[in-house]
Design a protein around this ligand. Structure first.
Ligand SMILES: C[S@@+](CC[C@H](N)C(=O)[O-])C[C@H]1O[C@@H](n2cnc3c(N)ncnc32)[C@H](O)[C@@H]1O
Length: 202
């Protein structure tokens, strides 16, 4: 598993490691919703939190990589938006309870026990009627998809996420595998992601 130092090292290069564009499934799922308070967990270089802010969300991003967050700050400044960036470990940082209308967790690939703990922890941060959106590299991507981690231990499935969230009173609105086209030097390839959208009852 990659620790904080590994991520700082990975982000410590010219330009963005990922992209300035938001994740396509985030845009599909959230674009057009009335904005409120949003928390992006493991926000990295900030592309998704910045996009949320451009859509009128009061956005906050948490990540433990100071190097990633420095890039996120630049991205927000370039987009002319305000985002509250917090440098912290998502496993043990403070969380305001029943506060957020939207909590997003994108491509946070943790092994089983940590993954379950994070998914369950952030449910407590959802305001009534709040949405939790989890998008990640699916286990199937290892054998049939493009890119993503190469260790099965940090890959999971929509059913794993539904299990993680069980007994917490959320309504699971979407739990599926989704195909994400990726442009590469060798032509278009397909990454296999998972997407779970769950809502806290009003
Ligand atoms: C693959 S990147 C995804 C970044 C972003 N969500 C996106 O979609 O562009 C995973 C991120 O998780 C962060 N991360 C991993 N474990 C973490 C932890 N325990 N606490 C805080 N951030 C963590 C890393 O620093 C990295 O920025």
């Amino acid at each position: 598993m990659m620790d904080r130092g590994d991520w700082d090292e990975r982000y410590d290069e010219e330009g963005l490691l990922w992209t300035a564009r938001p994740n396509r499934f985030l845009v599909e799922q959230i674009g057009g919703l009335a904005p409120g308070r949003a928390l992006d967990v493991a926000c990295g270089e900030g592309r998704n939190a910045v996009w949320l802010a451009t859509q009128g969300w009061e956005a906050r991003g948490i990540d433990f990589s100071a190097v990633g967050l420095a890039k996120a700050q630049t991205l927000a400044a370039e987009a002319g938006v305000q985002v509250d960036w917090i440098e912290a470990d998502v496993l043990d940082c403070e969380l305001e309870s029943e506060h957020y209308d939207l909590i997003t967790i994108l491509y946070l690939q943790l092994p089983g026990a940590e993954r379950t703990a994070v998914h369950r922890k952030y449910v407590a941060g959802l305001a009534p009627d709040g949405l939790l959106l989890i998008i990640a590299h699916d286990l199937e991507n290892l054998t049939h998809g493009y890119g993503g981690p190469k260790e099965a231990s940090v890959l999971f499935t929509p059913a794993d996420v539904v299990d993680d969230l069980s007994g917490l009173g959320l309504a699971i609105e979407v739990a599926e595998r989704v195909a994400r086209p990726v442009a590469t030097d060798g032509g278009e390839r397909t990454a296999i992601d998972l997407l779970v959208r769950a809502r806290r009852p009003a």
